[in-house]
Design a protein around this ligand. Structure first.
Ligand SMILES: NC(=O)c1ccc[n+]([C@@H]2O[C@H](COP(=O)([O-])OP(=O)(O)OC[C@H]3O[C@@H](n4cnc5c(N)ncnc54)[C@H](OP(=O)(O)O)[C@@H]3O)[C@@H](O)[C@H]2O)c1
Length: 242
């Protein structure tokens, strides 16, 4: 890694969209990327695979639901790099049933357990706030925070099922708008995006697009979008309604 390189930290980056966002930032935009994940062995294996392709990445542990983990990761990032350019809050969970998957939990809004919804909100809403509180102070002026939201959270697409997931992403949109105002004075853009319906473990084999395509909008927001754009929600690199 050279001093001139931009640095990105991506959460939930041991598989799926997070891993692909890390790959594209390193391969196509010259970033040094810190892939983070809650399981040290998995995140190191992911980083090792990208390094084998010649990419400039490291793995580091970050369980986004834990204060001690966020504390330790932020301290390591500060000691190692001093400052970073991009934070991608990608880690997320979908505990509710999708397409007849029998392992997941009842999906109807009238039946889903409150504890299930609370667990989803912990990871999809409170964790991006926690991680941003810890890492945004290390983001340089002109840097960016990108939150992985979903059109499932759009008011216009409200539905009867997956209510925990839907409201976690609606609230993440709200968090994005508020953080954008809060960080504007520090010159940090905060936006969220929907990657589309992507073939990952979460998206399932029924999804419409591959992970390479799904990563394009978050990567664009992290690396290419006009730095003046902030407090907005994007899909396919276009501003969409909340
Ligand atoms: N796939 C889609 O169609 C789609 C559509 C819209 C939005 N999104 C959003 O895009 C993001 C990535 O989705 P994906 O499809 O790539 O999902 P995925 O394949 O299920 O991967 C989720 C990632 O999040 C990590 N994660 C979960 N809980 C964590 C925690 N407490 N701490 C750290 N990492 C944690 C997982 O790590 P482990 O391996 O340790 O579980 C994994 O790396 C999510 O926020 C999702 O809501 C996805």
């Amino acid at each position: 890694m050279t001093d001139a390189k931009k640095i990105a930290v991506v959460t939930g980056a041991n598989r799926g969209l997070g891993l692909e966002i890390g790959r594209q930032l390193a391969r196509d935009h010259g970033f040094h990327v810190v892939l983070t994940g809650r399981d040290a062995a998995k995140v190191e294996a992911a980083a090792h695979a990208l390094r084998a392709d010649g990419l400039d990445v490291v793995g580091h542990v970050l369980d986004v639901t834990r204060d001690d983990s966020a504390d330790a990761c932020a301290a390591w990032v500060e000691k190692t790099y001093g400052a970073i350019d991009v934070l991608v809050n990608n880690a997320g969970i979908l505990l509710e049933r999708i397409y007849g998957d029998t392992e997941n939990i009842e999906t109807d809004a009238m039946d889903v357990g409150i504890d299930v919804v609370r667990q989803i909100l912990e990871t999809n809403l409170l964790a991006p706030l926690r991680v941003t509180q810890h890492l945004a102070p290390l983001v340089r002026r002109g840097g960016r925070v990108v939150n992985m939201a979903s059109q499932m959270g759009q008011f216009a697409l409200a539905g009867p099922n997956m209510v925990g997931y839907r409201i976690s992403k609606t609230a993440l949109n709200g968090l994005t708008a508020n953080l954008a105002v809060g960080l504007k004075g520090r010159g940090i853009a905060v936006n969220c995006c929907c990657p589309g319906w992507v073939r990952t473990d979460m998206g399932s084999k029924h999804a419409m697009i591959e992970v390479e395509e799904g990563a394009q909008t978050p990567v664009w927001l992290a690396a290419e979008a006009d730095a003046g754009l902030t407090g907005k929600f994007f899909h396919e690199k276009k501003d969409i309604p909340w």
